[in-house]
Write a protein that binds this ligand. Structure first.
Ligand code: CP
Ligand code: NVA
Length: 313
């Protein structure tokens, strides 16, 4: 059974087809095939969401399927039913699962013990749907009309702020998969969990990033300046400390101006204006934050259509 729990669940040789499908689904929105016809896909969310929840709901509907949203606290999983029993029961009813949770091991266990495809809609470790949509957003610009994935190769992304968060981790994995360079600037002590470095090594990408404490060094020659919130969901108790140590890593107009003159600004959103980024940067003509958000829909439809092709095991 094929899942999408991390970027590397797609082989490099499959990326051209995936990105081309996202482009085709975007161009023909409302007038394309419905590969999820007759299917129900359940969405189990343990954390808040605007973009991911709505884009999956709309995307499943547009592909002909039925989205079934399940707040974790409304199902027995939230009262202690085991992950594996949940996976086995839901596998008897629905055709796929989309899961947003804390512990990455939970999505892995759902995938390992169920018999339907599982999509990672964000864990504490990774946010692969975000990174594929972001990469598609860049490829639309750099590979206009031509080689989408190829247009990313050799480009440099600078991630500034909470360099140990799920989006930073996923961008490290994604950049290595896509042939991009990545430099991250953030405070010492907020590094990725050892679990992430083990995953990176397992994928053959150990050390596949550059880390600095100087945000200006990270953005030098960068094609993209990317940031995310300083306090991810689940880290609220560390709010005061995080704001204090991450303040030097805010993306200001001065920092953005130190990247390449045609660099793009990206943020997965939601943004905390005045913390990790200023309003002026969010409003810059080279800020592509809302195109990123829109492309969640088109890329996730391409992922859903790809996973739905497989036979049940
Ligand atoms: N970027 C993102 O995943 O947003 P949501 O938390 O609103 O889904
Ligand atoms: N790092 C953020 C991303 C939100 C989309 C979080 O996990 O809260």
């Amino acid at each position: 059974m094929r899942h999408f729990l991390k970027e590397t669940d797609f082989k490099p040789s499959e990326l051209d087809a995936l990105f081309a499908l996202a482009r085709e689904l975007k161009a023909n929105r409302g007038n394309h095939a419905k590969p999820l016809a007759g299917q129900t896909w359940a969405m189990i969310f343990s954390k808040s969401s605007t973009r991911t929840r709505v884009s999956f709901d709309v995307g499943i509907h547009e592909l002909g399927g039925h989205p079934l949203f399940l707040n974790k606290n409304d199902v027995q999983l939230g009262r202690g039913e085991t992950v594996s029993d949940t996976a086995k029961v839901l596998s008897r009813f629905v055709h796929g699962l989309i899961v947003r949770t804390y512990d990455h091991a939970e999505v892995q266990e759902l995938a390992d013990t169920g018999s339907i495809p599982v999509i990672n809609a964000l864990t504490d470790l990774l946010h692969p749907c975000q990174i594929f949509a972001d990469a598609f957003t860049l490829a639309e610009r750099w590979g206009k009309g031509g080689d989408l994935v190829g247009s990313l190769k050799g480009r440099k992304i600078a991630f500034v702020g909470d360099r140990g968060c799920n989006v930073a981790n996923s961008w490290i994995l994604g950049a290595n998969l896509l042939g991009m360079k990545i430099s991250l600037a953030g405070p010492v002590g907020f590094d990725a969990a050892p679990e992430f470095n083990a995953l990176l090594a397992k994928e053959g990408y150990a050390g596949g990033y550059h880390f600095t404490n100087d945000p200006y060094e990270a953005v030098r020659d960068a094609d993209v300046v990317y940031t995310d919130v300083w306090v991810s969901m689940g880290k609220e108790e560390e709010t005061a400390e995080r704001i204090k140590v991450m303040s030097p890593f805010a993306v200001t107009p001065e920092l953005f101006a130190a990247a390449k003159p045609d660099a793009y600004f990206m943020h997965c959103l939601p943004a905390h204006v005045g913390q990790e980024v200023t309003q002026a940067v969010l409003d810059n003509p080279r800020s592509i934050i809302f195109d990123q958000a829109e492309n969640r829909l088109h890329m996730q439809k391409a992922i859903l259509a790809t996973l739905a092709q497989q036979k049940r095991t």
